[in-house]
Design a binder for this molecule. Sequence first.
Ligand SMILES: Nc1ncnc2c1ncn2[C@@H]1O[C@H](COP(=O)(O)OP(=O)(O)O)[C@@H](O)[C@H]1O
Ligand SMILES: Cc1ncsc1CCOP(=O)(O)O
Ligand SMILES: [Mg+2]
Length: 268
Amino acid sequence: MHSLDPAAHLTRVRATTPLVHNITNHVAMNPMANVLLALGASPAMVHAREEAAEFAALAGALTLNIGTLSPHWLDAMDDAARAATAAGTPWVLDPVAVGATRFRREAGDRLLALAPSVIRGNASEILALAERTGGGRGVDSTAAPEGAEAAAASLARRSGAVVAVTGERDLVTDGTRLARVAGGHPLMPRVTALGCSLSGVVGAFLAGAEDPFAATVAALASYAVAGEQAGEAARGPGSFAVAFLDALHALDATTLTEHARLELTDAP
Ligand SMILES: Nc1ncnc2c1ncn2[C@@H]1O[C@H](COP(=O)(O)OP(=O)(O)O)[C@@H](O)[C@H]1O
Ligand SMILES: Cc1ncsc1CCOP(=O)(O)O
Ligand SMILES: [Mg+2]
């Protein structure tokens, strides 16, 4: 068993079926809900400002995603984040394409100031949020997680959040510890919203977790193992998307322990 024990986190998710409240983008709405259901969580996509705060306080975790943002949604996200924090509900920020436009940069800064528990993005997004470099190509990354280690660690220290940077090999840091998570499959960035869906999965693992760093590593490790297994069955992005849901659904604690490829070290 690994010292981070991702299997214990997966077992908790399965035993508790956490309610995950998501204010996500139009593209991710359906795939993200299906990924959360396949995992064994209970997703709810609730956006209206009139109810976002009330709902966030009921949920086991909240996730905020700026992929297809509008001013009204941003206000709802602000309300939801404040309500989550007040209720002790952990929340995840997914800063989709945060470097692309001024609206996204300002939204990223505004949500960052509300103290997310975890920030999960690709390397270009984390570089843009942390230090205004690495604009990416729209929602896609043009950088690798290896090049964002120092930026992620300093963002984690500055914000108090756990920062997860995904790509071919993911990294997770709380500013003190740094974990690398290998696995996944090259078809994953060829299926839209799999990163957004992963942010939802991080939310599911945060619900009821004592250590958000270990919970985030467990979420990414579960995704990596399911991705690897789906890749063995897939013939291209279409069959991968289906195989991935099946693999996540079938993933059990023993398989996760056997196949998770994790490294734990000190943050830079
Ligand atoms: N080349 C790759 N090989 C294996 N896994 C990958 C690769 N690129 C991305 N992934 C995986 O895809 C998932 C989504 O990550 P990513 O593509 O970085 O997010 P986003 O869609 O937000 O840009 C993560 O689990 C990540 O590990
Ligand atoms: C294509 C697209 N456009 C705006 S949001 C979005 C989905 C991005 O999903 P992911 O970050 O998981 O690739
Ligand atoms: Mg993304």
